[in-house]
Ligand binder design. Structure first.
Ligand SMILES: Cc1cc2nc3c(=O)[nH]c(=O)nc-3n(C[C@H](O)[C@H](O)[C@H](O)COP(=O)(O)OP(=O)(O)OC[C@H]3O[C@@H](n4cnc5c(N)ncnc54)[C@H](O)[C@@H]3O)c2cc1C
Length: 461
């Protein structure tokens, strides 16, 4: 049956386009309003972890086909096929390999962000997107939501989903004025240098093995990351520095070789090689999003960086937007959600299942920076503790699978009435990898508690 509501998506980044593709697949009428004159992304690398990778085909099978057709893996470098399931190797400041971290089954997969976005755009019929539409205000009335744009035009939708990034305008509508004032993005205490090197330059910088295998370079107060992209014809490089203060309003500022050399002077030969080969570079302040109390209000919700922009230290920001999109398309596509008022209930369920995990990514990603900079409380530079911490901190992000939990032991749900319906819902939500066992443990609740809580807010009136 045709849905009796329309959806406006504000912002066409990875989150907005993924969501749109999934909603269109479920025949839900969607219009994307994008502030820029066209969909666009910068050309740097993007890697998506196993949980988001698993979510892609559940949103729309074409998404996974697209992603997989664009990926670079370690196996793109002849002779390095044995690293197919490897996420990265972790290297100490004196250039010793501390550990190899596996992320089965896909290992490290990266795409050029711009290539992925271009391919996503091809899934969206042109009449579903309007450009040059910078949202400035939302007004909710009995008949839905009025969208007001900077160019003086307006539009109408029954429900709105803000995918408008870390400086979200839609967030302003979702939060109270006081909370919004507290929820502006904040400097995370770290800045970085980023570049893409052609593979011959990368090999000259760090040697064949380091150039071909994704690497985390540990250092006191600093760290680095490099991974092959573009079918191993290039490598993405990021070098990050802990620094409490960031002066000025700009998020990016010019920097020179002498800044790079000063920041990384105490690291080993690999990082010195990277510094030598990096062009004079800009410093990028890394911002993050303080936790907020809700991702939805009435007929309006927020997704991706608009809700929970994270530092990049776990490579999980876009993956979290993808997981958000998966939950929303499952909920809005559910046959019990037919009218806008059903969507209000679905948005509450979305908020209940997505907020704990995505906010944990934000805090965990920041701690990950401390881990990489050898200053995480209780771990420091202790090699045994470092090994344990890497495994533990990434497993919950990658491996959570409540579907498996539920299938193995449905009795643990412990429902005596409507169990089939609740189980089905748990499976639907679980398939999103959002109610992970780790997220459950984090809240100090049992899986049954969480599912009960979710189903409690779920039932459409
Ligand atoms: C250095 C760095 C490295 C990263 N590496 C990774 C990685 O390896 N893996 C990973 O998963 N994540 C990574 N991330 C995070 C990832 O880039 C983001 O989490 C992700 O791109 C967020 O997508 P989004 O669609 O929510 O927002 P965005 O990509 O910011 O898209 C927002 C869109 O909304 C539009 N917009 C904004 N305001 C309005 C308005 N008022 N009206 C209409 N349109 C509007 C914008 O033009 C834009 O198109 C990294 C981030 C950084 C900074």
């Amino acid at each position: 049956m045709t849905k009796q509501f329309t959806v406006a998506i504000i912002g066409g980044g990875i989150g907005g386009l993924t969501l749109a593709a999934g909603l269109l697949k479920r025949n839900i009428p969607v219009t994307i309003y994008e502030a820029a004159p066209l969909f666009q992304e910068v050309g740097l690398g993007l890697s998506i972890g196993p949980a988001a990778h698993r979510a892609l085909p559940l949103i729309e099978p074409a998404l996974r086909r697209i992603y997989d057709s664009l990926i670079t893996t370690h196996a793109d470098s002849p002779g390095f096929e044995r690293f197919r399931e490897t996420w990265c190797e972790v290297v100490t400041p004196d250039d010793q390999v501390l550990m190899e971290l596996k992320a089965r089954p896909s290992g490290q997969t990266t795409v050029r962000r711009a290539d992925f976005l271009d391919a996503l755009v091809a899934l969206i019929p042109p009449e579903r997107a309007e450009f040059g539409k910078r949202l400035v205000r939302l007004v909710e009335g009995d008949e839905g939501v009025r969208l007001e744009f900077e160019d003086g035009t307006t539009a109408h939708a029954d429900v709105v989903i803000g995918c408008d990034g870390i400086r979200s305008t839609v967030k302003r509508f979702v939060l109270s004025e006081e909370e919004h004032a507290r929820a502006t993005p904040r400097y995370s205490g770290m800045y970085g240098y980023r570049t893409v090197l052609d593979m011959p330059d990368m090999v000259a910088a760090v040697g064949e093995h380091r150039a071909r295998v994704t690497t985390l370079y540990l250092g006191k107060g600093v760290y680095g990351v490099s991974y092959p992209i573009a079918r191993a014809q290039q490598a993405n490089v990021g070098l990050y520095v802990l620094r409490k203060e960031w002066e000025g309003e700009e998020w990016v500022r010019p920097a020179g070789k002498e800044d790079l050399r000063r920041d990384f002077a105490h690291l080993g030969g690999f990082v010195q090689g990277l510094v030598d080969h990096m062009p004079d570079s800009q410093q990028w302040a890394i911002f993050e999003h303080p936790s907020i109390s809700t991702y939805a209000r009435s007929r309006v919700a927020i997704l991706g960086d608009a809700a929970h922009a994270s530092t990049p230290h776990m490579g999980a920001g876009a993956g979290q937007a993808i997981e958000d999109a998966h939950v929303l398309v499952e909920l809005l596509g559910d046959p019990r959600v037919m009218r806008a008022r059903d969507v209000v209930a679905a948005f509450k369920a979305y908020d209940a299942v997505r907020r704990p995990r995505s906010q944990r990514v934000v805090t965990s990603s920041k701690e990950q920076a401390d881990l990489l900079c050898l200053c995480l409380d209780g771990v420091g530079a202790d090699e045994d503790k470092l090994r344990g911490a890497f495994e533990e901190r990434l497993r919950w992000l990658w491996d959570g699978d409540v579907v498996g939990e539920v299938e193995r032991d449905p009795v643990m749900l412990g429902f005596s009435s409507r169990q089939d319906e609740r189980l089905e819902l748990a499976r639907t939500l679980g398939a999103t990898h959002t109610v992970t066992t780790a997220a459950v443990a984090d809240r100090g609740q049992s899986l049954a508690d969480v599912v009960r809580e979710v189903t409690g807010v779920w039932a459409p009136r």
